[in-house]
Design a protein around this ligand. Structure first.
Ligand SMILES: Cc1cc2nc3c(=O)[nH]c(=O)nc-3n(C[C@H](O)[C@H](O)[C@H](O)COP(=O)(O)O)c2cc1C
Length: 199
């Protein structure tokens, strides 16, 4: 059984020309440089979901929609999540909220952190994401990257993300890794406990 943590990077936006691609590539490079994690981009563009139309929340019953079942099954393959988070009207983008609503078992008991961006560094969106994550029984981590102010403006005009953001990214990834390993160990123990005893 591999000890490398599987961490999904999820961009929160899908619109053409989105800024998300720049911080997504930046954090992916940092994750690829770590021996403890295997990063994979899970792009909501590749997982179009209808607006939530189930008869109950997925915490109460499994989804009926095939795309939603596929989405939650995909999430189950990861030990933790790093969201590349835009701020839309002081909150998280609706396409991300819909994708959060369309999972439950796949999110449960796993850490989520963010590389947030916007004029105010996406801080209001991240606070909302943390509240949503709590109800999904996730572990929102305190560490975060906030790309704001002049850093955001310069990067949106084509500049690189500055090196002074790297320590906060390392802190974020260390926290995601810690909780991802802890929660994965707990899941593995639970699976072993449920397995039938060998004859
Ligand atoms: C619908 C919409 C609402 C926005 N609201 C905010 C906001 O509340 N705060 C902020 O800092 N930026 C806001 N912006 C600017 C975004 O931070 C900026 O456009 C960013 O590039 C959006 O991410 P994206 O390019 O990945 O879609 C908003 C942009 C859009 C499209």
């Amino acid at each position: 059984m591999s000890d490398t943590l599987k961490i999904a990077i999820i961009p929160s936006t899908t619109r053409p020309g989105r800024f998300a691609d720049k911080p997504m590539a930046w954090i992916r490079d940092m994750m690829d440089a770590r021996p403890d994690m295997q990063a994979e981009i899970v792009d909501l563009r590749d997982h179009p979901l209808p607006f939530f139309d189930e008869t109950a929340p997925l915490s109460a019953k499994p989804a009926e929609n095939a795309a939603a079942l596929e989405w939650d099954a995909k999430l189950k393959g990861y030990d933790g999540f790093v969201v590349v988070l835009a701020e839309y009207n002081h909150s998280l983008p609706a396409v991300l909220k819909n994708a959060l609503d369309y999972g439950f078992e796949g999110w449960k008991h796993k850490p989520v952190g963010a590389v947030a961006y916007g004029g105010s560094g996406g801080s209001r969106a991240l606070e909302h994401l943390r509240l949503v994550a709590i109800n999904l029984r996730m572990v929102p981590v305190g560490g975060a990257v906030h790309i704001g102010g002049g850093d955001f403006m310069a990067a949106a005009k084509g500049g690189e993300l500055p090196a002074h953001l790297e320590p906060s990214a390392r802190g974020l990834l260390d926290e995601v890794a810690w909780w991802a390993a802890a929660s994965r160990d707990k899941r593995r123990t639970a699976v072993r406990a449920q397995a039938p005893a060998a004859e």
